[in-house]
Design a protein around this ligand. Sequence first.
Ligand code: GYE
Length: 303
Amino acid sequence: MKVKTILLGAAVASGLFAASVSAQTIGFSQVGSEGDWRPAFSADMQSTAEEMGIELKFANAQGRQEDQLRAVRAFIAQQVDAIIIAPVVVTGWDQVLQEAKDAGIPVFLADRDVEVDDPSLFVTRISADFNLEGRLAAAWLAAESRGGCNIVELQGTVGSAPAIERNSGFMAVIDQFPAMEIVATQSGEFTTEGGKRVMEAFIKSTDNLDGICAVFAHNDNMQLGAIQAMKEAGLNPGQDVLMISVDYVPAIITAIEAGEANASVELRSAIGQFIYPVVLEYLANPTELEKWIVIPSDLHTAH
Ligand code: GYE
């Protein structure tokens, strides 16, 4: 069980002061540019680094772990002061993190997570609690469906922390309701096109769409793709089928306002203000930190 601490405003304020008195070079290995949330996160990390006088070396891996590993090794060769990684999947990081440790460069995880044998290979992880997001989504759906619902699940990238944890949290709640069940689940890779493709295939494959009570999508973009597919098949998402997803990007707010989606759990994208102070504070004064600093997630509905 990872010990975690919920981010407090005061911690950010003190970090911002520390940030204002130092010019550091930080390498940031970003997952890619899938969907709407990821680009918003990237833009925030780049603008916040500029505001704080940080020289940011930004590397977009376009969803390929081998490109992330190559970027981290380049940061090590360039002897950056610190490395931030948003790891596309949880496995395959032990070797490169050991190389960073051997080079004396601290590594921080942002957004996603890794599974490593030696937790000292990274200083801390600053992110939302994906398991909680899954629980929030399931609790809302249990209330809305009065504990009886056949659910289609659109999973995120296979092997990624959000896909693993959002499913785990969601299942922990619906397992308490015998009449709630995931009847179909597949990855749509966190993209609108992926969500539409999976939903189109599901619609073609089933002869009982009336039995579907809800769609739980691990992110809003897959939900938006599912909405397109459902409307093209003559279904009424948000009306006849409950639609719950995660991220709360502007496009899902529009869909909720149009009555085509019902709820979304917010994943904050403006999180550079939380990440950089932790990194800079550590560089100024290297002390043991909790292995997980959690950024809260909030549930938003139409009413
Ligand atoms: O939900 C999704 C993005 O890593 C939690 O990645 C993040 C997820 C987010 O593709 O939109």
